[in-house]
Ligand binder design. Sequence first.
Ligand code: SF4
Length: 323
Amino acid sequence: MLEKIIPELKKLSPKKVAVQLPEGLKSKWEEIEKEIKSIDAEAIFLGDSCFGACDLRDHEAKEAGADVLVHVGHSHMGIETELPSLFVEFYSDLDISKVVKEAANQIPDLKIGLVTTIQHIHKLEEAKKILEGFKKEVAIGKPLGRALHTGQLLGCDISSALAIKDKVDAYLYIGTGNFHPVAVALGTEKNVYIADPEMNRIRSANELADKFLRQRFAKIEKAKEAKSFGILVSLKKGQKREKLAHILKKRIEGEGKKAVIVAMNDFSPEKLMGFKLDAYVSTACTRIAIDDAAVYEVPVLNPFELEIALRKKEWAEYELDRF
Ligand code: SF4
């Protein structure tokens, strides 16, 4: 798994290498340990959950006596680290050809923007060729934010889709999840189709986006009644937005409501329960407010949603949080 970075790793002559793995790749520890042993270094695995390159644990790696951090699964997003850090992207081996052909047959639009996540980024050129074979005009945009590759999306960065907004009639997202294509549908207001290579099916992200907006509307309405807010600040390097948290605190207090800033690595209802607050606003990963909404009894909003709850912005202006 580390073959691409072994020459670079060798040059650093580390004694101890700390490895960060996303949940789905932790079972590969034996293979990785062998590779690290082959360059006469010791491997140590950092066991906390890891959802993105925004969550680099170089400080903990240093504390654990490592000289190098190896981060597996995500692309580099330019965050400075206390240790030399090497990134190993991980790609899915799912075949995309069948579902992309199906999409080419079903999508009536002529000009298609292609987007995906890191797992399928190596298949974008193949998808482009297939679509062109069906006489589609294909555009793939360069990201301007934290994503690294042309056509790549992150939950907090859809700039590769926005970059080609004026050139395309619709987007085709290649991947299995819904969050990224829904973010593109909301951010571009264009048709977004999901080509799911696992299910081998096409679905519309716009229908999901409508359902998503209805759910968010209910949360925002409930938060309008809140008298006290917890402002969540992440301690993860690439998610920490302390300045924004202070701005939000002032805004909330300016409306005669109470606000407290709470910082931690991983948020959960149990850890926050003792504060006895009516609502939260998350300045951390944009997905916390969305993906974890069901586990919280009180509303968890993103910063823009707070503006709507405080009646500073209109619902019609709705935006997803971006870094
Ligand atoms: S902040 Fe959230 S959406 Fe952005 S890269 Fe990190 S985990 Fe992904």
